[in-house]
Write a protein that binds this ligand. Structure first.
Ligand code: GDP
Ligand code: IMO
Ligand code: MG
Length: 423
């Protein structure tokens, strides 16, 4: 079966973009299945750094078709900018970028609603990226949304005006929020025109036909399992299904097509935005990891919160996704630590448990096992045999605790800093 899925097992930013880029030469198609420009997927090669928000991370491989699936929400302004920026540095994009007609459109008023909602929530705010994600998915499930395919219909302008009007009423009746739509609308309407000229397709047919022909497809997740709308740390989550099941919904492929499920995680843990984070470090150790790992959001630039690896949460994510292969990134960042902590269970009242509580914000204590650090630069190692023994032991410990093999290890942001482990 030729459909593999790669997704994040934590709160996003695990290094999905880097790994999808490295895997891409082995695939015919890379397809994003959910999320939108809230994502920031970083790819670094030839001393250049690219951050992709909507374009699938296979785009730097001209022979690979890149599909933005029906489960994604698209901001035409961001997409246009992203395409133009890549083309300006000589990358071919438009000839191998395909967009589902069923993908929903983020309107300027969705972004205003996102900002108004966050402002009204005060210190209960989600910490949204303010890219309009929540309001757009709300219109999708509320059956009011506009889709990419609607751009090709003669009544698009009227439908757009109707929805914008509804949003204006929502803004005026529910929020004390000042806005000026005339500042943002012209760029949106121009970008809509631009979007009409791209390859807009029925991507579910395209993908199923490709699979029938034996082509290999990699489904690229955005965000991470702990931000999933159903299983994440609700309500501090995003508005889409970030799990392997989301790949089926967001691409129109059957679960029976899925072969490997690559679950990617950092050697420690980060979170950007609000919400519970049991193993968070509020001390200088957390700050050291933030600096060493360059833990600042790829989309918003916000500092990422940092903490130790959380095994109950990883086990939970592995179970939800049916992960077949683990990929650990940022092993190099922990080189600074003489000692590493791994949270392997929680203490709730007098009881110790491996299970993730219903409410992650409730009172419980993460219990840690301490492991010796490796304190050695690993960024140039290209043979797993040569890894420091303490890092090998950390990997064996994680494999035993998580009951899934570690198939790949990332030891730096570059394409070459990626090791296939001996399994
Ligand atoms: P994504 O959203 O999952 O694609 O991840 P981001 O791009 O938001 O954040 C991951 C960051 O870590 C990026 O700056 C990557 O360049 C970087 N990165 C990826 N893998 C590694 C690694 O193994 N080591 C280090 N030091 N950085 C990495
Ligand atoms: P990638 O794909 C990390 C977080 C936001 C916020 C919450 C809701 O790069 O891993 P939203 O804008 O979706 O309404 O925000 O989700 N968030 C991410 N955190 N990586 C991401 O994407 C994220 N996308 C959203 O910070 O807490
Ligand atoms: Mg990111």
């Amino acid at each position: 079966m030729p459909l593999d899925v790669l997704l994040g097992l934590q709160w996003g930013d695990e290094g999905k973009g880097k790994v999808v880029d490295v895997f891409s030469p082995h695939y015919d198609i890379v397809a994003r299945f959910q999320g939108g420009p809230n994502a920031g997927h970083t790819i670094i090669f030839d001393n250049q750094k690219f951050v992709l928000h909507l374009i699938p991370s296979g785009i730097f491989h001209p022979g690979v078709d890149c599909v933005i699936g029906n489960g994604v929400v698209i901001d035409p302004v961001t997409l246009r900018r992203e395409i133009e920026q890549l083309e300006a540095v000589g990358k071919s994009v438009k000839d191998h970028l395909l967009i589902s007609k069923r993908a929903h459109l983020i309107l300027p008023t969705h972004k205003l609603l996102d900002a108004a909602s966050e402002q009204a929530k005060g210190d209960q705010k989600i910490g949204s990226t303010l890219r309009g994600i929540g309001p757009t998915y709300m219109d999708k499930t509320g059956r009011n949304g506009l889709r990419v395919g609607d751009l090709l219909e003669p009544d698009f302008a009227e439908r757009y005006a109707f929805l914008v009007n509804k949003h204006k009423q929502l803004l005026e009746n529910n929020y004390e929020f000042e806005y000026d739509l005339s500042e943002v609308e012209p760029a949106f309407l121009e970008a809509v025109e631009y979007l009409r000229g791209l390859k807009l397709i029925n991507s579910e047919y395209f993908l199923n036909q490709a699979l029938k022909e034996g082509k290999k497809v990699l489904a690229e997740g955005a965000q991470g399992t702990l931000l999933d709308i159903d299983f994440g740390s609700y309500p501090f989550v995003t508005s889409s299904s970030t799990t392997a099941a989301g790949a089926c919904i967001g691409l129109g492929v059957s679960p029976r097509q899925i072969d490997r499920v690559y679950g990617i995680f950092k050697a420690y843990c980060t979170r950007v935005g609000s919400g519970p984070f049991p193993t968070e470090l509020h001390d200088e150790v957390g700050e050291k990891i933030r600096q060493a790992g360059g833990e600042f959001g790829a989309t918003t630039g916000r500092p990422r919160r940092t903490g130790w690896i959380d095994l109950p949460l990883l086990r939970y994510a592995i179970q939800l996704n049916g992960v077949t292969d683990l990929i650990m990134t940022k092993a190099d960042v922990l080189s600074i630590m003489p000692e590493i902590q791994a949270c392997d269970r929680y203490k709730i009242g007098d009881t110790e448990t491996n299970e993730v509580p219903y409410d992650l914000s409730s009172a419980f204590q993460p219990l840690h096992t301490s492991l010796p650090g490796w304190q050695e630069d690993v960024t140039a190692i290209d043979n797993p045999e040569e890894l420091p023994q303490n890092l090998k032991d950390y990997i064996s410990y994680l494999e035993k605790e998580l009951e899934v093999p570690m198939t790949y290890l990332s030891v730096g942001p570059g394409r070459k800093q990626f090791l296939k482990m001996g399994k």
